[in-house]
Design a protein around this ligand. Structure first.
Ligand SMILES: Cc1ncc(COP(=O)(O)O)c(C=O)c1O
Length: 362
């Protein structure tokens, strides 16, 4: 097993976090980095000070987008422990994205140890107010300085850490969604189930147009017929019908969310009828008109649960839960955040405790 080298900076004075943290605006002192080339494989594993990158303008990923990333969170529990939510699932998903994008896979146990090491060094950066967290952004990209269109031969992996504020600083509020069929985010057999920049680039114009019309997010429909619900903004979606809680099945164009998987598990344990299947807009409209849609919500690492208060599709405005977050969305949000902050037992073993894990990376 390769060794991690440490180049740590001496911090002068206390960490001063601003009152309002926002999202991804400030970064901790150190990053984890690793390089890949065909001869040495992944090597040069190091925890080092955060610095600007010095890159040749022909660096491949800038031109052809051969890059992938993850997004997960570490929390300070009410007992003062430092925990990460389901990190191995995120690193496994990073490897799924790597396979699709011709990027060499990482050794998950090794990178997980490196991550826990980095977080234990940076743990004083974890904000402690309700809803706050340390956002973890691992990313990988092809770094050859060559303009030919082909997979790179050299790669870099970097893990950045950013203290982030509560997603709902003014309380858990429902959002307004525009279901549109003018643009698609991803297509089956394309890149939709990978966390790769192209999917986010594809979503920008639709999201900007929706925001200009007063909506918070876009509801994405399938890339072929724009008939089936897929995702909402950068979240997975759940529809609460009268006798069923349905979420779109993973057809290849949907990111398999870790929060989605956690919510499915919790709902099953609450003995609720949760299904993964195709959900057409036609079905949602027809059930809504009969009073059978009790609510909708999104799931994702950033917001955890996002209640949908209103959805517009063409001329139809659908309102849910009288503008308040639905009781199921609130219950799920409370359950997941109670696990994050150690307010309830981690019955699923979803948390990795950074201190207790010890330092195995050597
Ligand atoms: C496109 C997209 N869908 C869904 C999700 C939710 O995934 P997770 O619950 O793993 O954060 C995310 C966020 O990572 C996303 O970017």
């Amino acid at each position: 097993m390769q060794k991690i080298s440490y180049q740590l900076t001496e911090r002068i004075g206390e960490i001063q976090l601003p009152k309002s943290l926002g999202f991804g605006l400030i970064f901790t002192d150190h990053v984890f980095e690793m390089d890949y080339d065909p001869e040495a494989g992944w090597h040069n594993a190091a925890i080092k000070p955060l610095r600007n990158m010095n890159m040749h303008p022909a660096t491949m990923f800038i031109h052809y987008g051969q890059a992938i990333f993850e997004g997960l969170k570490a929390f300070k529990t009410i007992n003062g422990d430092t925990v990460i939510f389901r990190p191995e699932k995120h690193l496994e998903r990073l490897n799924n994205s790597a396979r699709r994008m011709c990027i060499p896979e990482i050794d998950v146990p090794f990178v997980l140890n490196a991550l826990t090491e980095l977080i234990s060094i940076e743990k004083d950066w974890i904000p402690t107010k309700e809803g706050e967290a340390l956002y973890i952004r691992p990313f990988m990209f092809g770094s050859d300085p060559v303009l030919g269109v082909r997979p790179a031969t050299q790669y870099k992996l970097i893990i950045l850490l950013s203290p982030v504020g509560a997603y709902y600083p003014e309380g858990f509020k429902p959002v307004k969604i525009l279901a549109q069929d003018k643009y698609v985010r991803a297509v089956r057999k394309g890149l939709g189930d990978c966390k790769t920049p192209a999917n986010y680039a594809a979503s920008l114009l639709a999201t900007e147009e929706a925001r200009r019309q007063g909506f918070t997010q876009v509801l994405w429909m399938d890339g072929v017929e724009q008939k089936y619900l897929e995702e909402v903004g950068t979240m997975n979606i759940f529809v609460r019908f009268k006798n069923e809680i349905a979420t779109p099945k993973l057809t290849g164009s949907i990111l398999p969310g870790i929060t989605r998987a956690s919510v499915i598990q919790i709902l099953k344990d609450w003995e609720m009828n949760v299904t993964e299947r195709l959900i057409s807009m036609e079905e949602v409209i027809s059930e809504y008109k009969q009073g059978n849609v009790l609510g909708m919500f999104g799931t994702g690492t950033a917001a955890i649960i996002s209640a949908i208060g209103m959805m517009t599709y063409k001329d139809l405005v659908m309102n849910f839960d009288c503008g308040k977050p639905g009781d199921l969305a609130v219950k799920l949000f409370d359950k997941l955040t109670s696990i994050h902050y150690g307010k309830t037992e981690d019955e699923y073993n979803w948390l990795v405790n950074v201190e207790k894990k010890g330092i195995e990376a050597g």
